[in-house]
Write a protein that binds this ligand. Structure first.
Ligand SMILES: [Zn+2]
Length: 129
């Protein structure tokens, strides 16, 4: 499968995730896929195509270099900016990417630091909205 253009595959997968969301929102997912008495729904078809496309793809975490399992992980991994311009696994997202983003926000100005402190205080006091 090395001859598949990875950018086009990514684009097709993103399109299918969008379609999957839209058919749920518009309540089309549970409708039959055809008018021939099929029990297979539009949602089933979209899920099957998406699974097929995702299985064509091997995504490696740009931080720890472990393979990202698309069935267990968030879609095709997380946006790893600013640590990396590529994708990362959930573990690296929580352990590396989010802390760097928070540190970045805090370092920008005092107002952000105060907001973050308030957010954390609210979170741990159970008062976060
Ligand atoms: Zn990782």
């Amino acid at each position: 499968m090395s001859n598949i253009n990875q950018n086009e595959l990514n684009s097709a997968i993103c399109d299918m995730y969008d379609i999957q969301k839209r058919i749920k929102i518009h309540k089309l997912a549970d409708l039959p896929k055809d008018d021939e008495g099929s029990e297979t729904t539009i949602g089933n078809c979209v899920n099957d195509v998406l699974e097929f496309l995702v299985n064509l793809k091997k995504v490696v975490c740009s931080i720890c270099k472990k393979e990202i399992d698309p069935k267990k992980e968030y879609q095709l991994g997380h946006n790893a900016e600013p640590v990396s311009s590529e994708r990362c696994c959930t573990k690296c997202n929580y352990e590396h990417v989010i802390p760097v983003r928070i540190a970045d926000i805090v370092s920008r100005n005092k107002s952000s630091k105060n907001k973050l402190n308030k957010f954390v205080d609210d979170l741990y006091s159970g008062g976060a909205k």
